[in-house]
Design a protein around this ligand. Structure first.
Ligand code: 3DD
Length: 426
């Protein structure tokens, strides 16, 4: 189906007006990205570049896609999770002529069909969240890297881990900038964004009282720490499970209880997995859980809660609320699984707030721009996973502060001299 310019497949084009209002809401809280749009909308440095995006279709992502278009790029977009697309936002993008293939509740076959559709315009830049687009190119279109693609970016921890492994094996056919590892992404989106949006997803799917509940968070990395902080702020008794001694130690010193999942399974009321690893909650854990236990995941993939194991010990299941399935176990106890074990913050809520995505996506924009600038000069990063320049982090943080009216101190020449003077002592 063709809209004004791009081809698209969305759930319902009639939702476009609602989607536009959501996008305008997000725009009003993304001052860094809109400042970049203002600046580069004049010079259009992405003219002639085609960006294929595979990233959750949310109101914030729409602001990013429209910023790329304003800067001269042609974009074609798919969602990076079958349950995270906001259909009204997708409809709005389609009605504005942006090529988009995404709808809420697609199956796995449709998910990969959408990615393939975005490759039909032979992108020369890719933008991923979880690396499914990059893997599709490497597995199904091996000639693309030589013929068209000059580089790409990766948004999330899981994706960067997979791509670093691919690069180490010499299998990466084009350069990737690890947007996830930017300080202004990882230390903000992953911590404050995931912390709030995960609780948001849990509350929308259950409306339970968090205060006083035993909230078990598996994984005390940036995401798990954010969830633990917000749950604690709401009065939960937070329990952390970990495999990494230093992360477990940090959790303990942050005032969290730390124990194995085998112990936590017996006392937990709400379980959140945030590890990036598979099989964190398995059959024996379900069998130990209290009646009414709520289980969800906020990691990128739906592998952390083993639902095949749950199916083996269940007697019946039913959808009791949106994004909330009640499993009755053979022993009669009930376990509630949110968002089919997929990332609960995007499947049951709207993902991270616009204010943190503003910085994540400013990094996406600046990184795509960097790849295009290099290309225009006939240059190209080597095939591998590249960090963003530290100056970019400071510039984005400075812009963010500036838009909040916050001023900073500045080192005097004397202080600069002192900082670099290794001879001065006490
Ligand atoms: N992610 C979380 N909230 C999002 C939003 N509102 N729009 C688009 C993507 C969103 C996922 C990202 O945080 C990504 O950085 C990740 O998965 O790590």
């Amino acid at each position: 189906m063709d809209s004004k310019a791009g081809k698209y497949k969305v759930a319902d084009l009639k939702l476009a007006a609602d989607g536009l209002k959501l996008i305008e809401w997000a725009e009003s809280r993304m001052p860094v990205l809109t400042a970049l749009r203002e600046k580069y909308g004049k010079t259009k440095p992405l003219e002639g570049y085609r960006i294929a995006g595979c990233l959750h279709v949310t109101k914030e992502t729409a602001v990013l896609a429209k910023t790329f278009v304003e800067a001269g790029a042609e974009v074609s977009w798919s969602g990076c999770n079958p349950l995270s697309t906001n259909d009204a936002v997708a409809a709005s993008l389609a009605s504005e002529g942006i090529s988009i293939f995404a709808w809420h509740g697609m199956n796995v076959e449709e998910f990969y069909w959408c990615i393939e559709e975005t490759l039909k315009f032979h992108p020369n830049l890719t933008l991923d969240d979880g690396a499914d687009l990059i893997f599709t190119i490497h597995n199904n279109h091996t000639d693309f890297a030589e013929k068209y693609v000059i580089g790409g970016t990766e948004e999330t921890t899981t994706g960067v881990h997979r791509l670093r492994a691919m690069a180490a094996a010499g299998a990466l056919r084009y350069p990737i900038i690890a947007v996830n590892d930017a300080e202004t992404k990882w230390d903000f989106d992953n911590v404050y964004g995931t912390g709030q949006s995960t609780i948001d997803g849990i509350l929308r799917a259950t409306s339970v009282l968090i205060a006083g509940k035993n909230v078990v968070v598996a994984g005390y990395g940036h995401c798990g720490k954010g969830v633990a902080m917000r749950a604690k702020g709401l009065g939960a008794n937070v329990i952390i499970t970990e495999v990494k001694p230093t992360a477990a130690l940090k959790a303990m010193l942050d005032g969290m209880r730390v124990m194995s999942m085998d112990e936590a399974a017996k006392i937990g009321d709400v379980f959140v997995t945030a590890t990036g690893v598979k099989d964190v909650i398995v059959k024996r854990h379900f069998e130990m859980m209290k009646d009414g236990a709520i289980v969800c995941n906020t990691g990128h993939y739906d592998c952390e809660i083993n639902l095949n194991d749950l199916a083996k010990v269940m007697k019946s299941r039913r959808l009791i609320r949106d994004n909330n399935e009640e499993y009755v176990l053979k022993k009669g106890r009930r376990v509630y699984v949110l968002a089919q074990g997929r990332l609960v913050n995007l499947a049951a809520a709207e993902g991270h707030p616009s204010e943190v995505m503003d910085m994540s996506f400013a990094n996406q924009f600046m990184s795509q721009l960097r790849l295009a600038d290099l290309d225009r000069k006939g240059q190209r990063l080597e095939n591998g996973v590249h960090d963003i320049p530290s100056e970019q982090d400071q510039e984005i943080a400075f812009l963010k502060l500036k838009t909040q009216g916050i001023s900073l101190d500045k080192l005097t020449p004397e202080q600069m001299k002192y900082v670099h003077d290794y001879s001065s002592g006490t």
